[in-house]
Design a protein around this ligand. Structure first.
Ligand code: PRP
Length: 219
């Protein structure tokens, strides 16, 4: 196996990328270039370790990884589920923990129990559809929103929402609550399917080191 080829990482911009870089540093993988916040560069290289890193919008990370533009990606489980790309999900990094939930006013609870045709607003239409149609066998109308989804039930756009709940304070401050939990979420490492075959040793060694860090509770 050649060490000459670059391994490329796609990281979801923001907290996820910062946390990922922190933990890569703990296993000796650094990228000094990326620390210069004034830089407008989009791609950063560690020549010594033959690694490249780039930051992209979270939902684009699985796309870059599926097409092999990046070998490895770090992104939230929510994005992996919603984008539904052909990639290997290889590791739960254990940070960025939150939950995907059905939320709404307490009064909406019975609409869920009686399988009524309700309106569901979400930034995650695929996850919402899968949950209601395939798990609950409830026919609903899904309305795609791009953010501040909690507004849905407040302004009368929808009966409930499917959204991420972390601390629960956004719900609380808006008179809403968790009605049903869909699944737990956290940051995951994904790998391109061909890269996994071609660069097995390098990628497996990386996964093992990160797994050890997770088990030590250093993340
Ligand atoms: C996310 C999510 C909730 C909020 C949950 O929104 O969509 O609105 O965080 O966090 P909490 O339980 O700690 O209050 P985000 O801040 O990403 O912005 P968005 O509403 O524009 O999607």
């Amino acid at each position: 196996m050649s060490e000459e080829r670059y391994l490329t990482f796609a990281l979801g911009k923001g907290r996820l990328a910062n946390k990922t870089l922190e933990l890569l540093e703990q296993i000796g993988i650094t990228c000094e270039e990326m620390k210069d916040k004034s830089s407008r560069k989009l791609i950063f290289v560690n020549e010594e370790l033959k690694l490249k890193f780039f930051l992209s919008k979270g939902p684009d990370v699985p796309t870059y990884v599926e097409y092999g533009a990046a070998d490895i990606g770090v992104v939230g489980k929510d994005t992996i589920m919603e984008e539904n790309r052909r990639v290997y999900e290889v590791l739960d990094l254990g940070f960025g923990k939150c939950r995907m939930c059905v939320c709404g006013p307490a009064s909406a609870r019975e609409l869920l129990q009686h399988h009524e045709r309700i309106r569901v607003a979400s930034k995650y239409p695929l996850i919402a559809r899968d949950y209601f149609y395939n798990k609950k066998h409830q026919t609903v109308d899904i309305i795609k929103l791009n953010g501040s989804v909690e507004l849905g039930p407040i302004v009368g756009l929808s009966d409930v929402i499917v959204d991420i709940v972390e601390t629960g304070s956004t719900l609380k401050e808006n008179g809403l609550e968790v009605l049903e939990e869909i699944c737990p979420l956290s940051a995951r490492m994904i790998v391109n399917q061909v890269s996994m075959q071609m660069e097995t040793e390098r990628i497996k060694s990386l996964i093992t080191k990160l797994k050890t860090l997770c088990q030590e509770g250093s993340i």
